[in-house]
Each structure stands twice: as structure tokens, then as C-alpha cells.
Design a binder for this molecule. Structure first.
Ligand SMILES: Cc1cc2nc3c(=O)[nH]c(=O)nc-3n(C[C@H](O)[C@H](O)[C@H](O)COP(=O)(O)OP(=O)(O)OC[C@H]3O[C@@H](n4cnc5c(N)ncnc54)[C@H](O)[C@@H]3O)c2cc1C
Length: 514
């Protein structure tokens, strides 16, 4: 029997729950034919995971769409501007081993076959420095815009570093006060409905049965609906991406005027890697590693060593990192009957490229854009969603694995990461193709790939990838004009370095303006 889809019930008040609630409520407000009522249930007993502090540029569009002004967001979430990631020690761990994966596309991305040009270019500069300005802007700790640049616009492309706890709180307030999301603070104790039929409602301790037409599972790693109720299997990826533990810690700055890094710093270790991000008030640092190769005590010692270099041994010893376990992988399907999983409930992969919140944004946008008006089309929307996100998870896995495959580090952990059995067939195929021709924009099939071809180029050439065969024809044809473009780009650099304020300065200016 056809039923309208009007009551959207979201289980979970972590970042995934609130981003999803905000996007759906903003897109389907009262007074329109496709208006819906959004209810979010959050347990008072189970806190959100409280990590997830690096975003992609997509977050600007998301926040704009839900109507949160940028200056408000930046101040209330202790956000700073992120322009990409800097990978340190990933190739061989020597002193000069570092490269950038910036958010800007390379100059000439749509005009030339940039990799062909690059492979023919006689230069000792890093790839990312030749095809863009952003690495140098980051090296100088500069912001991606000026105070006069409008909200959510940038001179250079950017996302954010933010305080995850404050972000959830701010979204919660905005969703309730501005977007009319109904909030229920209660613990869900049972799911009402057959296991092979749509869910009818969620039983709560204090508020009785919360009925709905579409249920969004944002209950975190517990995955209460998609796994607990429907039993959708989890596809572990631990054979490809080995890391399964994290230690996270908040690190005070030595002074209130300390520089705020413009990129996430990711420093490779003998086992795993350490993230280091700069917020206005503190750094967020974490060690991601694999428990098969390292005990927790050894990991704590390694993280303390890393921190000692910036805060001193005594201050580092006083910090107590929080331990988090996870299994890398994702659900066999994400949408079953009238239930769709978003966020940690749908899966999780190590935060090497901060892709989790980006997937939350993409999921919430697709749910909102394709929201079925009646149950008649729910099956079709579910099928399309599952197909698209299955593809997206696989592409993210390939891209993360690329960082490990190209490394020449020699510890057992890194060697095992290069074992052919641990590399997905799809990535092996690309690596084989790239031995005979330069990577290109057609390597990936979709126009809206999670990681565009440019991201692959930054990692490949950043890590010193060399094809077996150097073909010069395409590079030769466009060589002169591309080279001119790159040189012109570099000539602009001093102007940018002079005109852009530091990350901290811009944040101070924004707070004075409020
Ligand atoms: C170490 C680490 C680092 C990360 N770094 C990044 C990063 O840099 N960038 C990025 O994009 N992502 C990152 N992530 C991922 C990111 O933290 C998550 O994707 C994001 O926080 C979303 O989490 P969530 O909302 O799905 O789950 P959670 O935050 O776990 O929220 C679950 C919610 O479900 C509710 N709930 C659970 N059970 C019940 C119940 N019975 N009844 C009612 N409510 C219930 C809880 O109250 C809670 O509100 C990282 C993750 C980890 C582990």
C-alpha cells in the first residue's frame, strides 16, 4: 500500500545525525508540498564519538545550505581554515621526505594532460609546488582568504579544522531553533517492525513509540538499525587497511599567539601515522596504528615522543590520550526497506584523508535530494543509493591504500602493506596502467568522484612515482603553453604571500567583526 513519506526519524545525535537533520530540514521546510517533519533521538547515556576534526571544502556548501553563517560557525566551533594535508615521512622517512595534497586543483587541470607535462618537465621542485600555490601558502601558515572575502568564498579552496564537540552542539541548536527539528533526548530500547519489512517505530524509555516513515541510522559504530535490526553484514577491510586503533589527545599551545597550521600534518611512523591539526585554542593530535604490530603502551610512548618535540617531555608526559578501537570496513548495503545508515553506522576507514564527514555530507545530500514522496519509489531510491555509495567506499579504500603502496619504508608493517594480496584489484589495475602511460582524468569513471584524478596525481608524484615508460608526445604538444602557465602561477606567489593574512590573524579579525 502506498504511504506518504513525511516523518523522518534520525537515531543519533553525533555529527552524522545533526548534519543529516540539518540538510533534510533545510531542504524540505514547512509550507511546501515536499515538506517533512524531522525528529532526532539522542541517548542521554551514549555520548557521540567526539573526534572528527578535519573537513573537506564540501563542508562550506553544507553549512551554507543549512543556513549557518560562516563567522558564527568559525567562532562557535573553534574552527580554523584547512587547505589540505601535508604528508611527512611517508616515502622513506628521511629528513626531506614531505609532500602536500592541497585542496586546489592543479593549474591547467581541464586544459592539459598535466601528468604528461609534469613527466616531461625538467624541474627539481615538487609536483604540487609547480602546479599550484597552495603548498607555499600553507608553509607560511597563511589563510585561504582575506577579511573582505565573503562568507564561504575563498581566494584559495579550503575546508576546516574544528572542535567536534562544539560542532555537534552548534548544529543541534541551529537545527532546533532555526530549522524546526524536533529533538528527543531519550534512549532507544527496541525497534518495532519485522526484520524483513519496513520499521514502524523506535521504542524509547521515556517518550514511548516514535513512529516514522523513513528511519536514518546515525547511531554510530553500534549501527542499531542497519545491523542490530536488519543484520546487514559488515565488509571488513582489515586485509587492505591494517590500522584499527587510535590514541587522541588535545594539546595546548605554548602561547595564545602561536601559529595555526593551514594543513593537517600527517607524519608516518614505523607503525601507522600521527595526525596533528591546529585549532585556534589548541592542537588535536592522534596516533593511528595497527594493534597487530604495536601494543598500546608502545603506541603511547611513540605519541609522547612526537609530542615532546613541540611541547617538551614533561608536558607531553602529563597528557593522557584517549584510546579508540575501530574495525575498518563498511556495510554490504546502506539502505534497507525504510532505513538508511549514515556516518559510523555505515562504516569507518582510518581518517588519513578525513573522508568520513565528507561521506556523511554526500549521504545526507543524496537522501535529501532524492527523498521519495511516497513509499512507491523507496525501493528505487534505495537501490541507487546503495550502488553509488558502494562505489564510493571502494574508491576511498583504493585511494587510502595508494599512500601505503607507494611508500619505500622498510619496517615489517610497511612491507606487509605493500604485499600484493593486500592491494585491491582495482588499484592494482590502475598501478599497472600507470606504468605504461601517465595517469589522466579518465582513470576514474564518475564526474563526481570522491577523490578526483588530481588527488591521485598529488599523492603519486608527491611520493616520487616513476612510470616504466616515459611517453612524451602529449606532454610535448602542450608543453610550451603549460609551462608558461605554471611559470606565471609561480610569479603570482609573492603577491599571495603578501596579501593573505596568517590563519590566526584572519580568525582574530573575524571574531572582532562579530
Ligand atoms: C580516531 C578517529 C578520527 C577521526 N577523524 C576524522 C576526521 O578528521 N575527519 C572526519 O571527517 N571524520 C573523522 N572521523 C570520523 C568522525 O568522527 C565520524 O564520522 C563523525 O563523528 C560521525 O559520527 P557519528 O555521528 O556517525 O557517530 P557518533 O558520534 O558515535 O554518534 C552516535 C549517536 O548515536 C546515539 N545513540 C547510540 N545508541 C543510542 C540509543 N540506543 N538510543 C538513542 N541514541 C543512541 C548516541 O547518543 C550518539 O548521539 C574520525 C573517527 C575516528 C575514530
Amino acid at each position: 500500500m502506498t504511504k506518504p513519506v513525511k516523518r523522518i526519524v534520525i537515531l543519533g545525535g553525533g555529527t552524522a545525525g545533526w548534519i543529516t537533520a540539518g540538510l533534510i530540514a533545510a531542504d524540505h521546510p514547512k509550507g511546501y508540498e515536499d515538506a517533512v517533519e524531522v525528529t532526532l533521538i539522542e541517548s542521554p547515556d551514549v555520548g557521540p564519538i567526539g573526534v572528527g576534526e578535519g573537513t573537506w571544502p564540501t563542508m562550506r556548501e553544507t553549512l551554507k545550505r543549512i543556513g549557518l553563517p560562516e563567522s558564527d560557525f568559525v567562532a562557535s566551533c573553534e574552527a580554523s581554515f584547512k587547505q589540505g594535508s601535508k604528508f611527512i615521512g611517508w616515502v622513506d622517512g628521511t629528513a626531506e621526505d614531505q609532500y602536500y595534497h592541497p585542496f586546489m586543483l592543479p593549474e591547467g587541470y581541464f586544459q592539459f594532460s598535466v601528468p604528461d607535462i609534469w613527466q616531461a618537465l625538467p624541474t627539481d621542485k615538487p609536483f604540487a609546488d609547480v602546479v599550484g600555490l597552495q603548498p607555499q601558502v600553507c608553509e607560511h601558515g597563511l589563510a585561504p582568504k582575506q577579511i573582505s572575502t565573503p562568507d564561504y568564498d575563498g581566494v584559495l579552496n579550503y575546508g576546516y579544522h574544528l572542535n567536534a564537540g562544539l560542532f555537534g552542539e552548534r548544529l543541534k541548536r541551529h537545527c532546533q531553533e532555526r530549522l524546526g527539528v524536533r529533538y528527543i533526548c531519550d534512549h532507544v530500547s527496541a525497534v518495532v517492525g519485522e526484520h524483513d519489512a519496513p520499521i514502524e517505530g523506535l521504542q524509547t524509555r521515556e517518550h514511548g513509540l516514535i513512529a516514522g516513515d523513513l528511519f536514518i541510522d546515525c547511531s554510530g559504530a553500534k549501527a542499531l538499525l542497519i545491523s542490530g535490526h536488519y543484520g546487514v553484514p559488515f565488509r571488513s577491510q582489515s586485509q587492505v587497511l591494517f590500522n584499527n586503533r587510535a590514541l587522541a589527545v588535545q594539546v595546548p599551545y605554548p602561547s595564545g599567539s602561536a601559529d595555526i597550521a593551514s594543513a593537517t600534518l600527517s607524519t608516518a611512523q614505523d607503525v601507522g601515522w600521527i595526525w596533528d591539526i591546529g585549532l585556534p585554542s589548541r592542537r588535536g593530535v592522534g596516533y593511528v596504528y595497527c594493534s597487530e604490530y604495536l601494543q598500546e603502551e608502545q603506541a603511547r610512548a611513540c605519541l609522547a615522543d612526537y609530542l615532546s618535540a613541540s611541547v617538551g617531555a614533561q608536558a607531553a608526559a602529563e597528557l593522557t590520550p584517549r584510546a579508540i578501537s575501530f574495525e575498518p570496513g563498511y556495510r554490504e548495503s546502506f539502505w534497507r526497506h525504510n532505513c538508511v545508515a549514515v556516518g559510523m553506522a555505515s562504516g569507518f576507514l582510518e581518517p588519513l584523508e578525513a573522508s568520513a564527514l565528507a561521506l556523511v555530507e554526500l549521504s545526507a545530500k543524496m537522501i535529501s535530494d532524492e527523498l521519495p514522496m511516497t513509499t512507491d519509489t523507496m525501493g528505487a531510491v534505495a537501490r541507487r543509493f546503495n550502488e553509488r555509495f558502494n562505489y564510493r567506499w571502494q574508491r576511498i579504500i583504493d585511494f587510502l591504500k595508494l599512500h601505503y603502496v607507494l611508500s619505500r619504508r622498510q619496517s615489517p608493517y610497511w612491507q606487509a602493506n605493500r604485499e600484493i594480496d593486500s592491494i585491491p584489484d582495482s588499484l592494482q589495475e590502475l598501478l599497472a596502467l600507470w606504468q605504461q602511460r601517465a595517469p589522466n582524468r579518465n582513470d576514474l569513471f564518475h564526474v563526481d568522484e570522491v577523490f578526483p584524478a588530481a588527488s591521485y596525481w598529488y599523492v603519486l608524484y608527491g611520493m616520487g612515482f616513476e612510470p616504466e615508460v616515459r611517453k612524451g608526445a602529449r606532454g610535448g604538444r602542450d608543453f610550451a603553453s603549460a609551462r608558461k602557465l605554471f611559470e606565471e602561477n609561480l610569479r603570482q606567489l609573492p603577491r599571495f604571500l603578501q596579501a593573505l593574512p596568517s590563519n590566526r590573524r584572519l580568525l582574530e579579525q573575524l571574531s572582532q567583526q562579530r
